[in-house]
Design a binder for this molecule. Sequence first.
Ligand SMILES: NC(=O)c1ccc[n+]([C@@H]2O[C@H](COP(=O)([O-])OP(=O)(O)OC[C@H]3O[C@@H](n4cnc5c(N)ncnc54)[C@H](OP(=O)(O)O)[C@@H]3O)[C@@H](O)[C@H]2O)c1
Length: 265
Amino acid sequence: MELGLKGKVVVVTGGGRGIGKTIALEFAKEGSHIAVCGRTPETLEATAKEATTMGVRTLAVRTDITKEAEVVSFMERVVTEFGHVDILVNNAAGSEGTMPIESVAVEKWTSAFATTPLGAVLCCREAVKSMLPRKEGVIINISSIRGKIGHPQMLPYASAKAGLESFTRSLAQGLGRSGIRVNAVVVGAVSNQQEDPKIIQRLTARAALQGKTLDQYIQEKLRDVPIGRLVESQEVADLTLFLASARSGAITGQSINCDGGRVQW
Ligand SMILES: NC(=O)c1ccc[n+]([C@@H]2O[C@H](COP(=O)([O-])OP(=O)(O)OC[C@H]3O[C@@H](n4cnc5c(N)ncnc54)[C@H](OP(=O)(O)O)[C@@H]3O)[C@@H](O)[C@H]2O)c1
């Protein structure tokens, strides 16, 4: 399917690794110019280098999305470099770990909410400044099924993602007549979890908390997934690109699950 994304200017936050990297490179394959941000310059440069080999223009800027001035400066650089922003993918997020309510320090709540939704809100505010005069643009917020169904041990993360989805709906209502669409991709457990040592460590700790091995924990998770497997980053990218394209012109304000059927609303 021709997506018509050639020449579009796409910003991907957290584009240096994981799902964000896959999304950025998929846009580059379609001929979009990409700007990536995150806190680790080396990983951003690697994404940009790979995208450049596909013949597109790239920009990699060290940016902590929880810092307002850094977000403003990043978006200004994107506009200086490319002229405007067509598509913003708010992918960057952290994890505050797994713990019950009585052990969640205030700092965990503030850091979760500083990234999601506030970091995404700041990115939207700055990107929209470039979209409004042109009366076109697309924003895609990468959320998690935890924002819908919650998680007893991931309270800040799940609450922050729920906030991101509520923000998505409100923003879509406000910007629809200005030609800007806003949607959320609601992701289930992704297979890149099994490649990143840090994530494996996190999941092993989460499993141990429930008295399980990592394998038992993953198999148990899969029991509730109708397709019986984890989601691929590529599948998240495919949905993101579809939502970024004019092929989804009537879709806005939605939280669309990419989770193998785990959540059915
Ligand atoms: N993997 C899954 O199973 C899964 C499931 C559901 C939803 N999701 C969602 O999918 C998205 C990507 O997940 P992932 O698994 O690819 O995560 P990941 O591998 O941990 O990557 C997160 C990215 O966000 C960046 N980031 C984090 N905090 C940042 C900040 N303050 N400022 C700028 N960049 C920041 C990181 O770069 P730096 O550290 O260099 O800043 C990194 O590039 C997230 O929104 C996540 O919640 C993932």
